[in-house]
Each structure stands twice: as C-alpha cells, then as structure tokens.
Write a protein that binds this ligand. Structure first.
Ligand code: GLV
Length: 389
C-alpha cells in the first residue's frame, strides 16, 4: 500500500462568504423557497415521486415557453449545455446553419456548429443592434440553411431580438428556427408555438431564479422529425434527445435509465417555475419592464447613457450602460461590491471595458434592488472619477 497524502485542511473549515445582491447578467439570487427546495431529501432518479416532479417541471417549462410541444425537457447542465444539445441534435455534418451574430451567443453557437463539422454562415451585426426580417430573408435566400439561430436576449449587447414572423419566414424557406432565450424567457414575451419557433432553450439561473445546472429546452414537431430522421447518429450520448425525451416521459415507452438526473437542481427549478407561474407571465414581463425603465431613468439622472438607444429593442433583463471616459469600469464595480455587496458586471468581447451590465431578473427584479444599484453606481462614480487604475 502507498502512503496516503494528508487531507486538505481547507475542508475542515466551514464555507464562509458574504451575502451578495447579484445584479449582473446571472446567476441571480434565488428566493428562499428555491434554496429550501435544494435541501429536501434526495429521491431516486426514477422514483415515482421524482417522476411526478419532472412532469411538473415539464408543465412549467411549457407554460414559460408558451408551447404544447411534447419534446420539452431539461438538460442536465447550464445554458451552454442546452445550446450544445440544440446544435448536436438538429445539425448534421455537411449541412449549413445560418447564425445571427450580434454578440457572444451567436459566436458561441457558430463555434459549436463548426466543431460538429456543420457549415456556418454568419449574419453579422454590431453588438447593441438586432436583425430585421428583410436581413434574415436575404440570408435565407442566399445560404439555404437547414436551420437559423438567433439569441432572443443577447446579454452581451443587451438587446431583445424581435421574433414575431421570424419562424414563419424560416419555414417559408424550409429552414428550422433555433432561439436562445437564456437571458430573456420570463422577462420578455415569448410565444414558441404562435411564433413557430422550432427549438428554444433557457437556463435556470436568470429569470427562473434557480441555481445554474439544469436548462429547459423544447423541440417543435418539425424539429423532432429532423432529429428522428437524421442520417447520422447524434454525436453526443449525453445530449441525445431520443434518450432524454424518454427519460422525461415524452414518449410512450417506460422511462429508461439514461443518466442520473440532478435531483436537487430539478427540485430547485420546479420551485423557480412555480414562482413564475404564481406571478404569471404577463405580470413578470411588466415587472421587468417597470424595473428596467426605473433603472434607465435613474442612470440618465446620473449622466450615464445606455448602449442601446432604441427603447423597443432594449433587453430589460440585462442592461448595458456606457462607461464614461473619466472612469475605469472595474473601479466602480469594485466600489459597488465593497460598499454595497452588489454585483455590477462588465462587458464581453468588443464591449469589454466599455460597458457595465446590470441584470434585473426574476426574484431580483424589484424597485429596492434598482435603487441599491443606482446608489452604488452613483457613489462609485463620485469616488472613482478621474482616478486611473
Ligand atoms: C452570461 O450569460 C453573460 O451574459 O455574461
């Protein structure tokens, strides 16, 4: 026998961290009912009581997405896992996908498709802008893709992409429509069936106010047919929708063991979805709009400008604020964290260092939290102005 190394002493101490108000692009804070759900006793992943909870989650996701799609499940993983699941189920090597790139999420989807040997045609626009039906139609005519990807909530550019008629347009060109709604669903209207969207996914940690780790996804009948009629095998075992649909009770067969569901995370998202159902979608959309407008007004009073000028395409869930030239974004963000324990995030990609991103999502979408951010940022500006770091 070898010599056993000593155990890490850090593990003998309790975890210790301050309570923070997470007003970045996510994760956002979870309400007590969600946190309490995480501490419920563990059930087996095929026990009837757990299967019942999975069915309730499925009904909650159908409500959040406004869909009746049978193939509605949760991926065991974060939003990126759901993006990967959409990609590897729908697309086959050699096919063409058209991707709307106006920020990080289009880039990520392009990268995933490329890794799967799918031909990627990008429609590129600056961050902070959205795609028009005309632009999409030109791309569909030119590239003849099997699928088109758009982010509804482009959290890196803080835009809310209008989706009405986009699905119908894609179908006119025999193309499936894939939507990333990680930073949007529950915060802005989404009507999956009415808008003829073929795949939608989201994450748990944004408006649903649950911990990151399970990600709802839904496939339309058209999308399901594309998956079941593939010429090549789905390259991922873990994300294979045929298997996941069975585990989530979406087919007639008895549920089979595919992987061990993340039990506590499913309890948590069940409570996050229950919260959204109790609030009601329309009230939730109105609450996000009201809080975002209150934030915008307060920021303007502080002399700050928003990245997105057109009010109609501003994403209320993640708000991009231009950093004035006489401050360093990080100094202000650090001030807010140090003095108010409130998270204000920075930009990504081309907007790194140029914007702050302020999240208003789910349980955190309250006037008190908006006032806290405004106080922290206002004081932070006064404190940090003119200092170079
Ligand atoms: C994550 O969702 C981000 O926008 O940073």
């Amino acid at each position: 026998m070898g010599t056993v190394s000593p155990p890490p002493v850090e593990l003998f101490k309790p975890m210790n961290f301050p309570l923070k108000t997470l007003m970045g692009p996510g994760p956002s804070n979870c309400p007590p009912r969600v946190l309490n759900a995480c501490s419920l006793p563990i059930l087996g992943h095929l026990h009837p009581e757990f299967v019942q909870i999975m069915d309730e989650v499925k009904a909650g996701v159908q409500y959040a997405f406004q869909t009746k799609n049978e193939w509605t499940v949760c991926i065991s993983g974060t939003g990126h896992a759901a993006m990967e699941a959409a990609c590897v189920n729908i697309l086959e090597p050699g096919e063409t996908v058209m991707v709307g790139v106006n920020g990080l999420w289009g880039q990520r989807f392009s990268d995933m498709a490329d890794r799967n040997r799918v031909k990627v045609e990008k429609l590129t626009k600056p961050m902070g802008t959205v795609f028009t039906l005309e632009e999409v139609e030109q791309g569909l005519k030119k590239h003849k893709p099997v699928a088109f990807f758009l982010a509804q909530g482009e959290s890196s550019g803080s835009t809310s992409q209008p989706l009405e008629k986009m699905g119908q347009l894609c179908h006119k060109y025999n193309c499936l429509f894939i939507v990333d709604s990680v930073a949007a669903v529950g915060g802005v209207p989404l009507f999956m069936d009415e808008w003829e969207i073929d795949v939608v996914y989201t994450g748990a940690q944004k408006v649903l106010s649950a911990p990151p780790g399970v990600s709802p996804i839904s496939f339309s009948q058209r999308a399901k047919e594309k998956v079941v009629n593939r010429k090549t095998r789905i390259p991922s075992f873990y994300f294979d929708m045929n298997e996941l649909a069975n585990y989530w009770g979406c087919d007639d067969g008895p549920r089979r063991y595919h992987h061990t569901g993340p039990i506590s995370s499913v309890y948590a998202i069940r409570e996050g979805l229950a919260r959204l159902a109790e609030v009601g979608l329309e009230s939730s959309w109105a609450q996000h709009k009201m809080c975002a407008e209150m934030l915008h007004e307060g920021l303007e009073k502080l002399g700050l400008k928003l990245l997105v000028e057109d009010k109609d395409i501003r994403l209320p869930c993640v708000n991009a604020v231009l950093v004035p030239s006489d401050v360093n974004w990080k100094d202000v963000s650090d001030y807010a964290m140090k003095n108010y324990r409130v998270e204000i995030s920075g930009g990504l990609g081309a907007l790194a260092g140029k914007i702050w991103r302020i999240g208003i999502m789910g349980h955190n979408a309250t006037p008190d939290n908006v006032n806290l951010v405004l106080r922290a940022i206002g004081e932070g500006l006064q404190h940090c102005r003119g200092k170079s770091s």
